[in-house]
Design a protein around this ligand. Structure first.
Ligand SMILES: [Zn+2]
Ligand SMILES: [Zn+2]
Length: 144
C-alpha cells in the first residue's frame, strides 16, 4: 500500500518533469505513510534521516506537493496546519476539548457518504473529485 502510493508520487514528479531529489523522496515517503504531520514534525523526521535539512526547501516542497494535489492541508482550530496525503474520501473526527484529530477508515461509511452527496452535488452541476468531512464532538475521555 505504502509503496504503491510512493511510486505513484514518483510518477507524478516524472510526468511534471520535477527533479527527484533525495529530500523530495524522503518527504514523499512520509506523506505516503498517510500520517498526519505538522511542518515542524516533518522537519524533525527529516533531521533523523539526513545530515542537514534546508528548512526553506522543506517549505518549498510542501507548496509544490500541495500544488500537485498529492498533499492536503487541514487547519486545526484555525491555527495549526496539519498535512496529510490527499485521498478521494477523507473523514476525520475532531475532539474540540483535547484536540484529538483522527481518521475514520471505514470504506462502507465512505461509500454511503458518497452515495448521499453525489445526487445532491450534481444538482449544482458539479462533479465531485474528492471530499473531506470533519466531524466535531467530544471523545470518550473528554466526556468523563
Ligand atoms: Zn477529547
Ligand atoms: Zn487525516
Amino acid at each position: 500500500m505504502y509503496d504503491e502510493l510512493y511510486k505513484e508520487y514518483i510518477n507524478i514528479l516524472k510526468k511534471n518533469k520535477i527533479k527527484i531529489t533525495y529530500v523530495r523522496q524522503c518527504i514523499l515517503k512520509i506523506i505516503a505513510s498517510r500520517k498526519h504531520f505538522t511542518t515542524s514534525e516533518l522537519i524533525s523526521e527529516l533531521e533523523s534521516q539526513m545530515d542537514t535539512v534546508n528548512v526553506m526547501s522543506v517549505y518549498n516542497n510542501i507548496d509544490l506537493f500541495l500544488n500537485l494535489n498529492l498533499l492536503l492541508a487541514n487547519s486545526l482550530n484555525g491555527k495549526q496546519i496539519v498535512y496529510e496525503a490527499a485521498a478521494p474520501k477523507l473523514i476525520h473526527i475532531n475532539c474540540y476539548k483535547c484536540k484529538k484529530f483522527e481518521h475514520i477508515n471505514y470504506s462502507s461509511i465512505d461509500e454511503k457518504v458518497s452515495e448521499v452527496l453525489k445526487p445532491l452535488i450534481e444538482k449544482f452541476d458539479f462533479c465531485i473529485d474528492y471530499f473531506k468531512l470533519d466531524v466535531y464532538g467530544l471523545c470518550k475521555d473528554c466526556r468523563k
